[in-house]
Design a protein around this ligand. Structure first.
Ligand code: FES
Length: 266
């Protein structure tokens, strides 16, 4: 078979022969992620209006220490330095935040949109050599699997919050079963986060790894099929869950502030 050596000339940064609007998606990602980062950071530092009756904002769950009836270990601990801002969200948000930050999908998305390296497929890059994720700091992205374990734990916490969101106190101090719009909002949050978390690439590796032939382990093959099914729409789950977790916080916040009134369905 004959072949010829062709030397490819590297295009200057941003140059391409692509005729489509390749820049549109990175731009949307930049706008969407920036909006979420700004809102979630603001909400996490508030330290108030994060619960309303049986509803607890997912940004503050689990509430390890705090002033709401949902706290696990009591109010702000005495050993907390007075000069350091305190908010229950700051104690736990690093875990779901780290999970998203190191997600395979988000990495591809924010490398393109936040520092254009690469800007997109077949578009000139800002530097000549490919460094990948082999060296510091991006090699740290490999901790994703450990964040996955934590993210699964959070699914249980948030599902428990949905259960608690079905028990309402009346004016006489009695507790009764019910479902409000807030219950549905928090339940959908668990569904979307579940679809995102359980479609994680790391889970696929965990289930499908260490085997030469997956078909020899039928149960694992089935589980692999389920995870792969979610994984095929990982980007969609990622965005739906991102939007909804932010909206869930906003819903609880506005109800707590008295701006929105929660409607009881049952
Ligand atoms: Fe996206 Fe694991 S790869 S959550």
């Amino acid at each position: 078979m004959s072949y010829a050596d062709v030397s490819l000339k590297q295009r200057p940064f941003g140059q391409t022969t692509r005729p489509d609007a390749w820049w549109a998606q990175p731009l949307l990602v930049l706008a969407g992620l920036s909006a979420f980062i700004v809102y979630s950071t603001w909400a996490a530092f508030q330290g108030e209006h994060y619960y309303d009756g049986p509803y607890l904002s997912p940004f503050y769950s689990p509430e390890l220490f705090g002033d709401s009836p949902h706290n696990w270990f009591g109010p702000r601990p005495a050993w907390w330095p007075a000069w350091l801002v305190f908010s229950p969200a700051l104690l736990i948000l690093w875990a779901p935040g780290g999970f998203r930050l190191t997600c395979y999908y988000y990495r591809g998305a924010y490398y393109k949109s936040f520092w254009a390296d690469p800007p997109s497929c077949a578009v000139g890059e800002p530097r000549k050599h490919y460094r990948g994720e082999n060296s510091f700091p991006l090699i740290m992205q490999n901790v994703h699997r450990y964040f996955f374990y934590l993210a699964v734990l959070f699914l249980f916490f948030l599902a428990h919050d949905v259960w608690k969101a079905m028990w309402f106190n009346n004016t006489a101090g009695e507790t009764s079963f019910g479902i409000g719009v807030g219950t549905v909002v928090l339940a959908l949050n668990v569904v979307f986060l579940g679809g995102y978390t359980l479609g994680c690439h790391s889970l696929r590796h965990l289930i499908g790894g260490f085997l030469d032939q997956l078909s020899r382990a039928p149960a694992r093959q089935k589980a692999y099929g389920c995870v792969s099914c979610l994984n095929r729409r990982h980007m969609l789950w990622a965005w739906m869950s991102l939007f909804w977790v932010g909206f869930s916080d906003l819903y609880v916040r506005l109800c707590s502030m008295g701006i929105w009134k929660d409607l009881r369905i049952l």
